[in-house]
Design a protein around this ligand. Structure first.
Ligand code: IPE
Ligand code: IPE
Ligand code: MG
Length: 235
């Protein structure tokens, strides 16, 4: 793997925790727990090799439709992992950000998210984004509402609405679009993740379940990225 043409921004749909557990006759939450371990390894490695932005899909707006015990279990796992892991992120100069609808999540989770963001806001290393209670359509609706408000307040004229203005009202406003999207578990779909932002991203799908996705699987994906020719409509 050549380090000079690494993607600047990598986005990952961490899928397959449930099936990983099922295959082993274990409860789904054991799979989610194992998934957190993969996440730690991938975050650490991404920061080590100099990735500038890493965005992971941890919980979608649609995932609330799962049984309550699973939803609560996932939230608790993430909550505990963040509490435990925050100091390591600070040590590694990682800047953390939550993308998603923060208004409709449990208050203690929101407080922890805000605390993690605040404590890492001056870090200058990799930016690590966790998409939680995230849905891309919801994000676009949010952006449109913000712009509509500006129009009503006469701060923006309709003719000034352009791609930049829409982008600057998304949760990802301060970051470049992902260069590379990885989805584990064998599903070949996007599931409402960063629809606007991945217009020109390179997509990579692997059958490996997220809890089995390790450094060597990651390197394989990055090598594949390096063999792609990005054209952006040109020849
Ligand atoms: C991904 O694993 C984690 C979340 C969606 C929170 P899944 O829980 O979707 O696992 P599968 O797809 O059922 O195997
Ligand atoms: C996408 O996985 C969401 C996350 C990884 C958090 P899902 O398991 O929810 O997606 P679908 O339902 O298979 O499309
Ligand atoms: Mg899934």
């Amino acid at each position: 793997m050549q380090n000079n043409i690494l993607p600047k921004h990598i986005a990952i749909i961490m899928d397959g925790n449930g099936r990983w557990a099922k295959k082993r006759f274990l409860p789904r939450l054991v799979g989610h727990n194992q998934g957190v371990k993969s996440l730690k390894e991938i975050v650490r490695y991404s920061s080590d090799i100099g990735i500038e932005y890493l965005t992971v899909y941890a919980f979608s707006t649609e995932n609330w439709a799962r049984p309550k015990t699973e939803v609560n279990g996932i939230i608790k796992l993430l909550f505990d992992a963040m509490k435990e892991y925050i100091n390591e992120l600070i040590e590694n100069n990682v800047k953390m950000k939550i993308i998603g609808d923060k208004e409709t999540i449990p208050e203690n989770v929101m407080e922890l998210f805000n605390d993690c963001e605040n404590r890492t806001k001056n870090n200058t290393g990799m930016q690590f984004n966790i998409a939680f209670n995230y849905g891309s359509r919801q994000e676009i609706v949010h952006s449109v509402k913000e712009i509509a408000k500006m129009c009503l307040e006469n701060k923006v004229d309709i003719n000034e609405i352009n791609e930049e203005l829409i982008q600057s009202n998304l949760y990802t406003k301060d970051m470049p679009d992902p260069d590379f999207v990885i989805r584990t578990s064998g599903e070949i779909r996007i599931s409402n993740f960063l629809l606007w932002q991945i217009s020109y991203s390179e997509l990579y799908f692997t059958k490996t379940y997220w809890p089995d996705f390790n450094k060597s699987e990651y390197k394989k994906a990055l090598e594949e990225y390096q063999s792609r020719k990005r054209r952006y409509g040109k020849i």
